[in-house]
Every structure is written in structure tokens, then in C-alpha cells.
Design a protein around this ligand. Structure first.
Ligand SMILES: [Mg+2]
Length: 339
């Protein structure tokens, strides 16, 4: 005798498809959409400049957010100031919207501790970018536990890539989030590659979202190239008194980091397909089709973005070198000297 003791379903959410058609009624008006579009464009301009800085020896290894702007922008709009954001990396739009400056992001990727010391009070409680894969999930679970113990109506939101979903830290967080019903939203930014390991080799699971099922965590898929879907679903997950979570899928267009060359292992056709689905032109085409955006407005916004980015880069390049002792200063309460 076989009895089904449990059954599960993974839902997929999309508002604006790859051809810029509305497939679900929009929850935003055009003014709101233009605002989000501008944030994504600014993020891309910043990102391309950061890559150029790295390529010319003026920045350390830098993980690009190219093609993933919708996820990070959606997160930025969905979070409330009282929430805490714990990023892996690539979430520059969300970080900037939280009050982290471009200079701080550049300082971080140049190896300076000052890039973690957010000066804007609104970003003070957010955690620094976390390069060790998956470890930020545990930190965010700790933050969410604190909110729960203090009975604060706040949520923690944490991001990771598809590769991190194979890590122990990821599964441990899912388990404790479910068991303790933590106010935690976990977002998986699936760009289909963990450096050079494709998604198909990473996991035999049909979806990465279903990994939440084992932890008793609500899970779903969202079109990560659709800013409207990302923001709406994450806002809902955050609103649910932060007791449930919603992993999100997206596709990357860039190399894993600037230390990487994806053309060595990735098919050209796959890249071409990904470019057709990318989030910025998808929304731009829609806005233009609705007469809500024009090429003139595009040009003037691009100019504004370039000026803003160039000014930040200038400040970054003129910053004084970090004192060598800072490398150790923040590791321990008291410095340990070997005699
Ligand atoms: Mg990845």
C-alpha cells in the first residue's frame, strides 16, 4: 500500500514577460515603473564602470551585477528602513537604495574595511557583503532570531547565488527558519552558474525553490528578470509578518567575478538567449510601447548616471590608502601580540 503523506507545488510568478508583454495585471503605475527603471539603469552604469576600473588595475576582484539588476532593485524597493539586509554580493542596487554609497562599494572591492563601515545611518544595521559562500545565511538567521526574541515587527532579508544552495549553511538556515518560524526572507539569485559549474551539475532537484520544503518554509519561483514580479513577491514575503520566505530565480549575464572568463565554459547561444531576457530592455521596451519613456529621456538619464558615477569614482580614487593595521583592527576585541 502506498499513501501520499504530503504533496507540494512550486508556483512561478511573472508580470512582464521576455517580450515585454503584460501577463499579470500590473500592481504599479507608469511613474512607479519609471522610477524602478531608472534605478536599474543607474546600477548598470555603475557596474560597467566598476568592471572598467578592475580591468585597468584600479579595483580588486569585482562580482558584476550585470543582468541581475531586477532582483537587487526589487529587493531595495520591497525592504523597509527598519528591516536588515544581508547581501552576498552583486546586490548593488539594493545596497545603494539602503543608503550605502558608491564610494563605499568601490572601497569594499578594493579591499578597504571602510567599505563596510556604512556612514549613512539608514544602512548602519545592514550587514557587509559576504564573500564566503552561504555564510551570510547564518548571520541573517541570527538577526531574524533577535527580532523574534525582541518581538520586533522587523524582517531580515538575505541573498545568495545558486551555488550557495548546496552549502551546509544554506540548509541549516532553512531548517532553523522553519523550526523557529523566523522573520526571514531568503532570496536565491539563480544565474544558472556557480563560477564554472552549471546549475544542472549543481543539484538534481527540479527547482532550487523546493529546497525550502524540507525546512517547512514557504517557497516559490519568481522571474528574476521581471522587476515587477521580484518586488511584488518579496514585498509580500516581507509583509507576512516576516515568518515566511520566497526564493527567487534570475539569470546572470556577466562573468562570476572579474577574475573569471565565462567564455571559456559557456555557450554563445546561451548568452544570446539570456541577453534577450534581460531585465532592463524588457522594461524599457514596455515603457516605450506605452509612450511613457523615450530615447531622449534615456539619453538624458544615462548622462545623469554617468556624471553621478564618475563623481563617486573620483572620490574613491582620491581616497587615502587604508592604514595597514586596519587589516587586524576589526577582527578581535583585543589585539593579540606574539612575543
Ligand atoms: Mg550563480
Amino acid at each position: 500500500m502506498v499513501i501520499a503523506v504530503a504533496e507540494f507545488k512550486i508556483s512561478y510568478y511573472q508580470y512582464l514577460d521576455a517580450e515585454s508583454n503584460i501577463v499579470t495585471p500590473l500592481p504599479f503605475n507608469h511613474t512607479q515603473l519609471i522610477k524602478r527603471y531608472k534605478t536599474m539603469v543607474l546600477t548598470r552604469v555603475f557596474d560597467l564602470k566598476a568592471i572598467a576600473l578592475q580591468r585597468t588595475g584600479q579595483l580588486g576582484t569585482y562580482p558584476s551585477s550585470l543582468g541581475q539588476e531586477a532582483v537587487s532593485t526589487g529587493i531595495g524597493y520591497a525592504l523597509k528602513p527598519e528591516d536588515v539586509f544581508s547581501t552576498f554580493y552583486r546586490d548593488y542596487a539594493a545596497q545603494m537604495m539602503r543608503g550605502v554609497t558608491m564610494e563605499e562599494i568601490l572601497l569594499y572591492w578594493s579591499g578597504s574595511e571602510r567599505g563596510n563601515d556604512y556612514q549613512n545611518p539608514s544602512a548602519k544595521e545592514d550587514l557587509p557583503a559576504c564573500v564566503p559562500i552561504g555564510s551570510q545565511y547564518l548571520h541573517a538567521a541570527g538577526v531574524a532570531t533577535a527580532f523574534k526574541l525582541r518581538k520586533q515587527p522587523r524582517a531580515a532579508l538575505v541573498t545568495c547565488g545558486d551555488g550557495a544552495t548546496s552549502q551546509g549553511d544554506f540548509y541549516e538556515t532553512l531548517n532553523v527558519a522553519g523550526a523557529w518560524q523566523l522573520p526571514l526572507v531568503m532570496v536565491v539569485e539563480n544565474n544558472q552558474w556557480a563560477i564554472s559549474v552549471p546549475r544542472a551539475h549543481q543539484s538534481h532537484a527540479q527547482t532550487l525553490a523546493q529546497k525550502g520544503i524540507a525546512g517547512g518554509v514557504d517557497c516559490e519561483q519568481v522571474d528574476g528578470n521581471d522587476i515587477i514580479a521580484v518586488e511584488s513577491r518579496i514585498a509580500l514575503a516581507l509583509k507576512k509578518a516576516r515568518e515566511n520566505k520566497g526564493p527567487t530565480l534570475t539569470y546572470r549575464l556577466s562573468d562570476h567575478t572579474t577574475a573569471d572568463d565565462a567564455s571559456r565554459y559557456r555557450d554563445k547561444k546561451e548568452m544570446e538567449r539570456a541577453w534577450k531576457e534581460e531585465p532592463i530592455s524588457r522594461l524599457k521596451n514596455y515603457l516605450i510601447s506605452q509612450n511613457s519613456w523615450s530615447e531622449e529621456e534615456e539619453k538624458s538619464w544615462l548622462n545623469h548616471c554617468s556624471e553621478k558615477v564618475e563623481a563617486s569614482v573620483k572620490t574613491y580614487l582620491n581616497s587615502t590608502p587604508e592604514p595597514m593595521e586596519n587589516m587586524f583592527k576589526f577582527h578581535y576585541d583585543k589585539p593579540y601580540h606574539v612575543s
